[in-house]
Structures are given as structure tokens and as C-alpha cells.
Ligand binder design. Sequence first.
Ligand SMILES: [Zn+2]
Length: 441
Amino acid sequence: MHADRKETMSRDFLIDHVHIIDAEGVLHEDMRVRLSEGLIAGVESANAPPDFPTAETVDGRGCYLTPGLVNMHTHTPMNIFRGISEDVDADTWFNRDIWPYESLIEDADVRAGTLLAAAEMIDCGVTACADHYFSAEVICQAALEIGIRLDIAPTLFGPAGDFSGQLERTGELFRSWNGREGRIAVRFGPHSPYLCSPQELRMTAEAAGRLGTGAHIHLTDAEKQVGESIRKYGRTPFAVVHEAGLFDVPLIIGHGIFIREEERQLVSRDSVMVLCPKTYMKLGMGMGNVLQQPEQLPLTVGTDGAASSNTLSPLEQARLLALIGKGAARDGAAWKASDIWKMLMRGHQALPFGTGRVKAGAPADLVLWNLASLRTAPVYSPLSALIYGAGPTEVTHVWIGGTLVKRDGRLTCDYRGIIDEASERARALVRRGRGETRLVF
Ligand SMILES: [Zn+2]
């Protein structure tokens, strides 16, 4: 307990003799980084005379310091369903297994799943995530407790009815939670153009515009959605979203992998398209058309929920994206580690936290990597070592807002208690069984 108290109080750090890899992938060797009051207070050569007597020193010799990783599309509570539906296609996964269990989920399950997800992400070097789910207040509370930054989009469903009421409840969440401790951001979460009408999407864009926030939506993760949209509305899903005005607000697009040629120009530059290749491969969905001319699209990486991706490591997803991209192109020089790194880091720009920079004045959201490990040594190219080899074992320290949430390779939270609680809730969930399915999609 004593150590824990010290942990949260100790806000000044000096990371000495460390190599920095910035968001552009540029290496800065033998540097000193000072953290104070949750921010990066200074970045200088380690040769400069030290002048920070009160800080705790972290020896960074031989290690690499990067901005935190961001997970740009996930459903954190779904960690409670990890492994409940395996080796099935996407329809069976959702309609037979996930949705019927999800319909009976309780707040305590949401909390247990979120804590498990947040602890896992921090272990992987994630400092912020963009979440899309129900029971948003429970998620916000759990995120604050564990210390991860959270951009939450409470899911809006057309078939749930009273869409104005749903928008109003997101507005209330925004007013009570947005900006809390600088760690929570709230945006609107229309599920998708197949579960929200064009009119409902327009109402969402207007509500987001009024509050000065953005939205987070699922787009074309299955080819049939494109044909159905044309049949129903005379337009493709990206065109429906464009017409509704959602590209006029900062937009996080989950997936969008079946984007058509003519839809590419509709994607605004301050939106991001989040690819979660592990889910696409695992559910046999394929990669759509998104691998063609990736430089045309504002691509970044997420994990989707653990019920489909099993793990919540954006780095693992980035690695898969590089490998799938190279394989599809039949070109080992395509999808370079340096480009993949920039895609990973692009997520910071779509979040309102000001993170993603190793510069004085930026929030101290940082990861220290020890690449002198069995998976990554010797290090010729640190960026390649990260993208092709590193994992949670190489993450030694994680700071979020200057607070250490992983130290010397161990999480500072009670992760064993979190695992026990989630396992207990999962057993109860299986005993309760499947609920009624009211939606099929
Ligand atoms: Zn999703």
C-alpha cells in the first residue's frame, strides 16, 4: 500500500540517457527527458548538465522512449467475452453468440471487462483508446480509476427507438464527463449507417457540431452493406455519411475496408480510418479494398473488441497490417515499418488530448522499451524491432499524464484482482446463458 501511495504522488521523473523515437519515426540518441506535473518539462541532450534534483531518475541506457500507443477502435467491456465464440464466421459470431450474451450484460460485467481491457492495454504500452459501447458512465469510471485516457462514444442504435433521447443522453454524458481530469473525452457513437438512418446520422452530426465534439462510427466491414445501402438509400455508406454531415466533424471510422474507389475522395482529412486486421482475418472477412493505395487514406490502427481480436495490442495489429499488406502486394518493400509507425501514431491527432509528441509542454504519455531482449536484440533498426518483434514484454515503463502505470515491466494496478473478478463474472455470464436476439445484422 505504501508503494502505491508513493506511485500516485511521484510526478517528477528524469529519464536519462535514453534514445527517443518520435511520432515521425525519427531517432534522437542519448537524450534526457524531464517530466513534471503530468507534462514533459524538457527534452535535451544527455550531455547537458543535469538540473532536476527532486526528480526520480529512470536509467534509460540502451532503452527507447516513444509516445504512448493509441488504440483507435475498441469495445473495452467486450474483454468479458474474450474466447466465448471462436472459429466461426462473422454472422454466427455476432448473431448466435455475442449479441444474445450481450443482451443480458450487467454493469458489473461492463466494469470488469473494461478494467481487464485497460490493464491489458497499458501492459502493451497503450496510453489512450477510442471506445464505442453502451454503459458509458461505467466505462468512464473504470478508465479514471486505472488511469488510461479514454475517448468514449456511447453507441447509438436506430432500432432502439427515441433517437433524440439517445442523443440527449450523450449530451448529458458530455456535459458531466468530457475533459474530466484531462483524461476523458466524449463523442457521439452512431453504430453504423445500417443501424442508423440518414436522418438519424444528420441529427448526430448536428448534435456533435453544437457541442464542438466528433463522432465514431462503423463503416463497411462487410461487402453486403454497400449493396444494401445503395438499394435502400441510392447511395454507398460513405456517401450516406458524407451527406449527413458527419465528415464536417472530427470522425473516427471503424473499418471502412470495403471502401469503393469513388468513396475515397469523401473521406475528410481530419478523420481517421481505423483498421483492425486481426478481427478481419479471424472472422474470415478479408481486407476489402483498403490495401490499395493506402497513402490516399488517413489510416490508423485499432484492435476492435477482445471477443473478435482476443488481444488489445495496437502494435500487434500494426504488425499484421504490415505483413498482410506486403503479402497482398507480393512486395516486401511495401508497407514499410516507418510508414506503419506513422499510421500507429496518427491516432494521436484524432484524439483531443494533445498527446503524441515527445516535446516540452506535451502531456507525459510515454512508453519506455527495452529492445535488448530475446525477441529484438541486436538492434540494427529500432523501428523495425518495434514493428516486427516487440510486445508487452519489451514495455518496461508506461507513463500516462506523468503517472507511472507500468514500472520495471509490472503494472502498478492490482491486475491479479482484475483478472479474478473478470473470470468470476464470466462464469456467472455463462450460467445465465444467452438472451433473446432482437436484432439480426
Ligand atoms: Zn467495432
